[in-house]
Design a protein around this ligand. Structure first.
Ligand code: CR1
Length: 809
């Protein structure tokens, strides 16, 4: 199909505006123009989608089904125009119509159907699967409300609803003809029918799952994939007989119960919430998806015995783990296969990605809740569990190993063990993380079935996270590498290494960074009224707020700098701006206190004349994909300082590296691979290694000793107790670090143990910053070697080692 020209695009947008809103361009609001543009793009992609599906069907290609409770898509207008090769035309068309393109893009709400890394990863992966022309479908829930909007009021986080659909709906294509029905509760019984025993599951509540598809265009390809978002709707209409009897509430009860399933995304990141509504969400989208996949396979005229040769189901963490018993249910109850056949197919079709080793994030559903809500699935899970346990017993003859690997144990269903038993592959998301899974978290399972355990290091969509958001850098890379080939072959960026001693190139790099900083400063002033100094170091920590990510370590270090500056006004020679952005889960009190602390400190420093032009702390409200897109190209220092062994991979780290920021970080997650590419000389590494963390905890960690011995640290921590200008004291955080509180041991994440080394790394970083040539050279090496972290590479790894599908090379 021919590309848009500026004229055809302008005409198409004008037509949409008139048809949908009855408006001429000059009368349209920005929201209306966004919707009109989205519809035009959507139509174009939808046509290609039909062609892709026809081709896939004809060729009989194996399909990938990527299930995730989160897809953190962000904005789509610029992305789709970019992938369709129409971004330039769109900019011109909008300008011709009297709009400022940047304002139009800015008016699109983020589709924020995710919390953080896990959801954003799914979004990057669906882009790469499409670009690599793998027939793939993403499946999730069409939440009404995405992750909450964060407002800071008196230094504290307040959550507001995020209704993204008003405008965002323009991307969605409802497909009521593909509706599925999902049953909750009810009873299960056997029934004889013509000599055959049947399972009858009846009663309870049936919810309708209606697909709303978001079509995904790839880069430089006609291939289109689909992100299928299931919306929940009641089966029964409002009961008018009840209504007419005056029982208004009761009449709408079923309707309300169904709709609540797709109402809101759970805002916990890296944390398990054992709520019944969450379990309903999981089964709702899993059941609808599995029904759909099996139906398509059967409709293609194929026997179920070769299901796994044509389908692979990748589950993003354990949230979609019910895929395993749901496949079994459909194969056995609906298709009449016997248990062995069904299990054989299932265990060859499913693969599981683990994203965390944090104990509080591992899903374990209480048996009674599970049993009531999903009676038939519960029966199947029990049988899976019994057979698995027999196998384990037979292999190890060891009670404690049997207990460790059990699926149903002590009145709980352990979802990770279910995934290991029911799948053909288990992968971690970085080298270190996968090693920890093999040697520690899933050690016994790995002993029994070592072939299942793999690693696929995470990656990011470098077209969005570099080329699209940092256009000057994109031009420079194209110029230096001789073409734009790097967009589909990210390792082409390696060619930049050859320019490490080229003064002109280094100067150009610095110029681009500075211009990005100026642009961000303008944006921050306009949207938040914050004044930033573009001649200071932009030292950034943006990610979800979590104790293991150690924002508090950063804060304590800043306090120590602040105190140093009070003793000696010349202590800081390079002006330093620390930028934070983070949402805290609404129920995570400690995380909320840390946000409050950052704001108190920011206010304190702002009011201290000795800090003027030298030290500033800024908390950026409502950190999200679209803010990251503005901030990352302007960042110089990337803080990746989690306790070693805790951050499975990190993906923000990759985005910063790719945009030339230098990392201050621990040897954790994908930082380890980064260090392998960069060496000590191109990043600022500090802190305990994962095995040392283990060792220290085994030997008995004593933060009080460190507190007593390190005077700088002692003084900085004391400042927490005494509080700041705004009168707020942080004795609770002080207690948590030095003595432990609320049932937590003292300094669980070893901030004190790593403090001294962290301060040294920051000092090395500041000293290097004072030498622009050295800095720019490091920055260049970072960009050059970041190609490994392209999501295209990750997806190629999945295709080769787990999915066994073809892909565009
Ligand atoms: C991890 O914490 C990783 C992403 C994506 C997160 C982070 O280190 O980069 O997943 N884990 O793999 C998570 O959300 C539920 O677990």
């Amino acid at each position: 199909m021919k590309n848009f020209t500026t004229e055809t695009l302008q005409q198409a947008i004008t037509d949409k505006l008139m048809i949908h809103f009855g408006k001429a361009p000059e009368d349209a609001t920005e929201a209306e123009i966004v919707r009109a543009c989205a519809r035009v793009m959507r139509d174009r992609i939808a046509i290609r989608g039909v062609e892709t599906r026809t081709k896939t069907r004809k060729q009989g290609d194996k399909q990938v089904h990527y299930l995730s409770l989160e897809f953190l898509m962000g904005r789509s207008l610029m992305k789709n125009a970019y992938n369709l090769g129409s971004l330039k035309m769109l900019n011109e068309a909008l300008t011709n119509m009297g709009f400022t393109p940047a304002d139009v893009f800015e008016a699109e709400p983020d589709a924020a159907l995710g919390n953080g890394g896990l959801g954003r990863l799914a979004a990057c992966y669906i882009d790469s699967m499409t670009t690599l022309e793998i027939p793939a479908t993403g499946y999730s829930i069409c939440y009404d409300l995405g992750i909450f909007k964060q407002k800071i009021v008196d230094g504290q986080q307040v959550e507001l609803p995020d209704s993204w659909k008003d405008v965002g709906e323009a991307w969605l294509l409802p497909r009521p003809e593909d509706t599925k029905w999902v049953r909750f509760g009810g009873t299960v019984r056997d029934q004889w029918d013509n000599g055959y025993l049947h399972i009858v599951h009846e009663g309870g509540q049936v919810v309708r799952a209606v697909p709303c598809d978001m079509e995904i265009a790839g880069y430089d390809t006609d291939h289109v994939n689909t992100l299928r978002l299931w919306d929940a709707q009641p089966t029964k209409q409002v009961d008018m007989s009840m209504y007419s009897r005056g029982e208004y509430m009761k009449a709408t009860e079923e309707e309300a119960m169904a709709e609540v399933i797709a109402k809101v995304l759970y805002p916990e990141d890296n944390h398990y919430e054992g709520k019944s509504l969450r379990l309903k969400q999981q089964y709702f989208f899993v059941s609808a998806t599995v029904q759909h996949i099996v139906q398509k396979h059967v409709e293609a005229g194929r026997p179920l015995t070769n299901f796994h040769e044509y389908n692979v189901i990748q589950i993003n963490d354990t949230h979609p783990a019910l895929v395993v018993p749901e496949l079994m249910r459909i194969f056995i109850d609906e298709a009449g296969l016997d248990w062995e056949q069904a299990w054989d197919i299932t265990t060859q079709a499913v693969a599981y990605t683990n994203h965390t080793v944090l104990a509080e994030a591992l899903e374990r559903w209480p048996q009674d809740l599970f049993q009531t809500l999903l009676p038939r699935i519960w029966q199947i899970v029990q049988e899976i569990s019994n057979r698995w346990q027999a196998k384990v017993d037979n292999h190890f003859h060891n009670h404690s190993i049997t207990a460790d690997m059990a699926i149903v144990w002590n009145g709980e269903i352990r979802m990770a063990n279910l995934c290991i038993a029911g799948g053909m592959a288990v992968n971690g998301v970085s080298g270190l993380h996968s090693e920890i899974l093999r040697k520690d978290v899933f050690k016994n399972a790995c002993n029994m079935e070592p072939h299942k355990f793999k690693n696929v290091t995470n990656g990011i969509d470098h077209r969005r996270w570099l080329s699209e958001i940092n256009p000057e850098m994109d031009s420079l890379i194209c110029e230096l590498t001789g073409s734009n080939r790097y967009l589909s072959h990210a390792d082409d960026m390696m060619k930049l290494d050859a320019f490490a001693d080229d003064k002109t190139v280094l100067a150009k790099l610095a110029e681009i960074k500075h211009a990005n900083k100026v642009r961000f400063a303008k944006h921050a002033k306009k949207t938040r009224g914050v004044i930033l100094n573009p001649d200071s170091i932009f030292d950034v920590q943006v990610k979800r707020l979590h104790e293991y990510k150690r924002q508090l370590l950063n804060v304590v270090h800043i306090i120590s700098l602040y105190q140093k500056l009070q003793d000696d006004p010349n202590a800081i020679t390079v002006p330093h701006t620390f930028l934070f952005g983070a949402k805290a889960a609404p129920g995570y009190q400690v995380a909320k206190r840390i946000i409050h602390l950052i704001n108190s400190l920011s206010d304190e420093i702002d009011h201290n004349p000795a800090c003027k032009g030298k030290l500033q702390v800024v908390f950026l409200e409502n950190y999200r994909v679209s803010l990251a897109e503005q901030l990352i190209p302007a960042s110089e220092v990337s803080q990746q300082i989690s306790t070693a062994g805790k951050e499975a991979s990190g993906t923000g780290n990759m985005k910063f590296m790719m945009n030339g920021a230098l990392t201050v970080g621990t040897l954790d997650g994908a930082n380890v691979e980064m260090h392998g590419l960069l060496g000590d000389e191109n990043m600022f590494l500090f802190g305990l290694h994962a095995h040392e963390v283990e060792q220290l905890i085994r030997d008995g960690y004593d933060p009080q000793r460190i507190y007593q011995e390190n005077a700088t640290l002692h003084r900085a921590l004391d400042a927490l107790r005494n509080g700041f200008r705004d009168g707020v004291r942080y004795d609770d955080l002080y207690q948590r670090l030095v003595y432990g509180n609320h049932g937590s041991c003292a300094d669980e994440y070893l901030l004190l143990a790593d403090f001294a080394d962290y301060a040294k790394a920051e000092a090395r970083m500041s000293a290097t910053y004072a030498d622009p040539t050295a800095w720019n050279k490091m920055s260049l090496h970072n960009i050059a070697r970041s190609g490994l972290f392209s999501a295209d590479r990750s997806i190629a790894d999945y295709a080769e080692t787990i999915w066994h599908t073809n892909y565009r090379k």
